[in-house]
Structure formats: structure tokens, C-alpha cells
Design a protein around this ligand. Structure first.
Ligand SMILES: *[C@@H]1O[C@H](CO)[C@@H](O)[C@H](O)[C@H]1NC(C)=O
Ligand SMILES: *[C@@H]1O[C@H](CO)[C@@H](O)[C@H](O)[C@H]1NC(C)=O
Ligand SMILES: *[C@@H]1O[C@H](CO)[C@@H](O)[C@H](O)[C@H]1NC(C)=O
Ligand SMILES: *[C@@H]1O[C@H](CO)[C@@H](O)[C@H](O)[C@H]1NC(C)=O
Length: 317
């Protein structure tokens, strides 16, 4: 029997390379504001010098959560307000996620002409990211983190209507996703972390129900497990963030969360941190589960990351 994580060791992991959507993107000085660390779909190219001189921005508008997000907490890279050089972090964070991204344009159109789908993120990584990074990181001590599918499931629900048979579409999404995973693996990266869909069905204005989320996640998991079986020298780690987040929603009080049904209407106001009462959000954003109609608060990211980190340690050799 092959160990699931034959190669992976969180304690010796020196870099996280991230792909995905708004849950995962971080703002870079050279990024498209509110969308990315570097470049956009109209300008995918960058030089090694540009990538390495770029900085992670941390301020109120630099993520889709109103503060640090899970990749920043996990690596402790870019959490502090101001600018961070990823190479100065104990675990470097190289983030190619783009807010509003779907897996590809095959089933769902781009949200904007500047949106970088996951397929294009991987193309960008092959052409520019990896050639620059292979001089500054060790691929075997790098974890590739992918959190994608939130826009796919929502977009498909809106585009196709409620009488659609969704499972075959989710199969297509996952087939495409794991072709992209293979492309990254073929560059020499053996360690992958996958996050499944959050409980979008419990959001403030859900486009999908629990059974669609469950179906999507179970198809995703089958593809990940199949990839592991056909690539025994890879470590394919599947974190069930859906179960974790449903647990918080079921027992919010244990985590200091008081509002799980809606978001604070003044969530993006410059004075929301100092004067939440002005917007009727008396106890502040950190007591809210949802940041806006589609995103978790930075506090929820901060709550689940230590559990993810412990879990990563348990998957290690
Ligand atoms: C980025 O988002 C902030 C807050 O929502 C907004 O004020 C700003 O105009 C946005 N920037 C761009 C370039 O769209
Ligand atoms: C966050 O930083 C970016 C880039 O430096 C800047 O454009 C933006 O205005 C800042 N936002 C806030 C709320 O300070
Ligand atoms: C969930 O939504 C799908 C697609 O609209 C629908 O076919 C299914 O009956 C719904 N399931 C439940 C339990 O409501
Ligand atoms: C949750 O927050 C919304 C927006 O601030 C508010 O309207 C609602 O009453 C709150 N719900 C609870 C249970 O506090």
C-alpha cells in the first residue's frame, strides 16, 4: 500500500504556491487591484525580476475578506499590515490566484476580460512563474495549494437553471482541473493541497443547495483520489474545509461568531473596524461568519487555519 503523503512534510515545507479565486488571491504591488498578486489576463507575462521584486500588500482592501486570508495565515507571510517580500518569510507565499476565477472558459465565461481562469493561471505559471521560482525554491519542499470551484458551481447554477443535470458538468470541471494539476506535477511539483467547496448553501443569498455542494465535493474528491492512485509519487492532500466550516456554523458560539446568516452592510467602509455600530454591526466584523454575500470574514480564515495546520502536520511523514 502506498502512503497517501509519501513525500510530504509540513515541517520542512518552505514555500506555498497558490492557485484559485478570490478566497485565495492576495494583493500584490504589481497586481490588478482587488484581483491579483501579479498581472491579469490582458497581461499575463512578467520577468523573474518583476516577480521577485513584487510585494504582498496587506490592508483593508487587499483581500476579499477584509483582512488576511487563509494562505497568508497558513504561511504567516503577508499577515502584517504594509508590504511583505515573500522571500523573507519562513514559508514563502507565491500566489497566482485571481479573484472571480473559474477552472476554465469551456463551460463558464470569464467574469471580466481581465479575469485569469485557473487554466490561464497554470499557463502563466508554466511560462513565467515556474521559470522564475525554480531558482528560489525547492519543488519537493513546496506545497501547491488549490482552492477552486466556488465560481464554477455558482456560475453553472445561474447559467443552466435549476432543472439541469449538474453532475456531468461537475465531472467535466474536475476532469479539466486534474489536467491542470498534471501540468503542474509535470513541472516537478509533487505536493498538492486541495480545499473543497465551503458551505455556499448556507450563505446569505445562496445560488446552490447543500446537495449540489455535496455532489460537487464528492466528484472533486473522486478525481483527487484517482490522481493519487495514478501518481503514487505525489502527495495529494484533501482538506475537508466544508466539514470544518459547517462545524463553525453549527456551533458559532464556540468560536466567538454571533452572526451566521448575513453580512454587515458596512463591511467595506473605511471606518468599519473603528465604528461598526454606525452600520448596525455593534460587535464588529470578527463576530460575523460572512464578510459579504460570497466570502468568509478574515476571522473565519484565522479560525480554520490552525486546524488545517495541525492536519497538515498529521499528514506528514
Ligand atoms: C478596489 O476595491 C475598493 C473597495 O471595495 C474600491 O474602493 C476600489 O475602487 C477598488 N479598486 C479598483 C481599481 O477597482
Ligand atoms: C491598500 O494598498 C493598495 C496598494 O498599495 C492601495 O492602492 C490601496 O489604496 C490601499 N487600501 C487601503 C484601504 O489603504
Ligand atoms: C438542489 O438543487 C437541484 C438543482 O436545482 C435540484 O435538482 C434538487 O432537487 C435540489 N435538492 C434539494 C434537496 O432541494
Ligand atoms: C446578522 O447581521 C445582519 C446585518 O447586520 C442583521 O440584519 C441581522 O439581524 C443579524 N442577525 C443576527 C442573528 O444577529
Amino acid at each position: 500500500m502506498i502512503l497517501l503523503s509519501a513525500l510530504f512534510n509540513w515541517r520542512s515545507t518552505k514555500a506555498l504556491v497558490a492557485f484559485g479565486d478570490s478566497y485565495t488571491y492576495v494583493q500584490g504591488v504589481l497586481g490588478h487591484q482587488n484581483y491579483t498578486y501579479i498581472g491579469d489576463n490582458l497581461n499575463l507575462a512578467f520577468t523573474p525580476q518583476q516577480l521577485l521584486s513584487n510585494r504582498i500588500v496587506q490592508n483593508q482592501t487587499s483581500t476579499a475578506e477584509g483582512g488576511p486570508n487563509w494562505v497568508e495565515y497558513l504561511t504567516n507571510c503577508g499577515v502584517k499590515p504594509g508590504l511583505t517580500d515573500p522571500r523573507k518569510c519562513d514559508v514563502q507565499l507565491w500566489d497566482f490566484a485571481y479573484a472571480g476565477s473559474d477552472v476554465s472558459e469551456v463551460l463558464t465565461p470569464l467574469h471580466h476580460d481581465h479575469t485569469v481562469s485557473l487554466a490561464r493561471q497554470v499557463e502563466q505559471f508554466e511560462d513565467y512563474g515556474n521559470p522564475a521560482l525554480e531558482h528560489v525554491l525547492d519543488k519537493k519542499e513546496t506545497l501547491v495549494a488549490i482552492w477552486i470551484g466556488i465560481n464554477d458551481i455558482n456560475d453553472l447554477a445561474k447559467l443552466r437553471g435549476k432543472n439541469t443535470a449538474f453532475a456531468p458538468l461537475y465531472e467535466q470541471v474536475q476532469t479539466q482541473l486534474f489536467q491542470l494539476v498534471k501540468q503542474i506535477y509535470d513541472l516537478g511539483y509533487p505536493n498538492f493541497l486541495f480545499m473543497n467547496l465551503p458551505p455556499l448553501d448556507r450563505g446569505p443569498s445562496p445560488s446552490v443547495n447543500a446537495s449540489l455542494v455535496l455532489t460537487f465535493n464528492s466528484i472533486h474528491s473522486s478525481h483527487a483520489t484517482a490522481f493519487q492512485a495514478t501518481h503514487p509519487d505525489a502527495a495529494i492532500l484533501q482538506f475537508d474545509v466544508n466539514a470544518m466550516l459547517n462545524g463553525i456554523l453549527d456551533h458559532p458560539g464556540e468560536y466567538g461568531i454571533k452572526n451566521i446568516t448575513n453580512f454587515c452592510p458596512g463591511y467595506n467602509q473605511p471606518d468599519i473596524r473603528t465604528d461598526p455600530a454606525k452600520y448596525g454591526c455593534g460587535e464588529g466584523l470578527d463576530t460575523y461568519f460572512w464578510y459579504d454575500s460570497g466570502h468568509l470574514t478574515t476571522r473565519v480564515h484565522q479560525i480554520f487555519v490552525p486546524i488545517l495546520r495541525d492536519w497538515l502536520s498529521m499528514q506528514s511523514v
